[in-house]
Design a protein around this ligand. Structure first.
Ligand code: UDP
Ligand code: MG
Length: 328
């Protein structure tokens, strides 16, 4: 049996503080796997520099020079976590047998990699890393993150609960992913749509050991909106439902008014009139806003812009890869 080549894909945005530690821990892990014969000798760790403003890229370049186990992909500018991850995965898909995506801060326990790789050998194509608890997160982070998953599912964007982007994907799952030509990319929602055998590995989430979170509340809310509007049309259905509800209420109000009118009980209803104008106005604006979100998405999708542009790839000489994002 030919040995299977593993690529660990790590998006990095201003991660100079964590990279030295992350790279040595990951190297140890991959070497262990190589020794156990679970992955091939030429397995690699790829850091994707997402337009960092600090020394991240020079650290990656140095790592690559010192040890060929490290590779680097330099994006032309900051494109966000999801696009950086996609750039890495799509670049290595033709030369790997499996790829594991994980964050640079190693909050996701790398010891789960062993089990992921074992599951791959059992024939599983997508192995999700799922956090079994969030004890190390602050109360605020925990509450907002859990609210995020609940909101996503309630809105029709089905995601794996407590799974971030720590997962193993086989080559054919990556090829499946490549066929999703969406510009508004939300990997957590798209990967389950690929299909193939899937499984879950549980791990404890650790604390970020250096640097700070690049996902403040504002980014997280933007991420949730992105996820919902790019995956589901549930909000539109909810608006339709609300429209029907208000329609029936207004019929009831109309009957009520007619009864009062014919009984000569009409009152100068200034307050109610003004209030209802505001209420309806507000509802219309909310609806228009949500519909606008979707129209904005359609606008962007029709352009088929590339989701990332790679400036350079520090790779093995023997590997031939395509660096262009062939969207569709
Ligand atoms: N990241 C990125 N581009 C960005 C923001 C973040 O590539 O614009 C990377 C970051 O370097 C890290 C991962 O995405 O490897 C997750 O970010 P972070 O740990 O800050 O998120 P959190 O764990 O707090 O949700
Ligand atoms: Mg993190």
């Amino acid at each position: 049996m030919r040995e299977k080549r593993l690529f660990c894909v790590v998006p990095c945005y201003n991660e100079e503080e964590v990279l030295p530690e992350t790279s040595s821990r990951l190297k140890r892990k991959v070497n262990e796997l190589i020794q156990q014969g679970l992955v091939s000798q030429d397995s690699r760790i790829v850091f994707v520099n997402d337009g960092s403003k600090d020394a991240t890229w020079s650290i990656i370049s140095r790592l690559h020079e010192e040890d060929e186990i490290f590779q680097g992909i330099n994006l032309s500018r900051n494109r966000g976590h999801q696009n950086a991850l996609l750039a890495g995965l799509m670049t290595v898909k033709s030369i790997c047998d499996m790829a594991i995506s994980l964050d640079a801060d190693l909050q996701d326990d790398i010891d789960a990699i062993d089990e992921m790789v074992k599951k791959y050998h059992e024939g599983i194509d997508v192995v999700y890393g799922v956090r079994s608890s969030r004890q190390t997160d602050t109360f605020f982070k925990k509450a907002t993150a859990e609210g995020f998953y609940k909101l996503m599912n309630a809105m029709g964007a089905n995601t794996v609960y407590n799974h971030a982007d720590y997962r193993l994907m086989s080559k054919r799952a990556l090829e499946g992913l490549a066929q999703f030509g969406e510009v508004n990319l939300f990997l957590r929602g798209i990967v389950p749509m690929i299909g193939y055998p899937t499984d879950v590995v549980y791990y404890e989430r650790a604390e970020r050991f250096a640097g700070e979170s690049k996902y403040p509340l504002k980014k997280m809310l933007a991420f949730a909106t992105e996820g919902i509007t790019s995956l589901s049309t549930q909000p539109i259905k909810m608006i339709t439902g609300l429209g029907f509800f208000i329609f029936f209420v207004s019929i009831a109000v109309l009957i009520y008014c007619l009864v009062r009118y014919f009984n000569d009980q009409t009152i100068p209803g200034w307050t109610t009139t003004v209030l209802s104008v505001w209420a309806i106005g507000g509802l219309i604006m909310i609806s228009l806003g949500i519909i606008g979100e979707y129209i904005g998405k359609i606008y962007l999708e029709t352009k088929s812009r590339p989701r990332y542009i790679i400036e350079s790839y520090l790779k093995d000489d023997k590997d031939n890869v395509d660096l262009v994002d062939h969207i569709n």
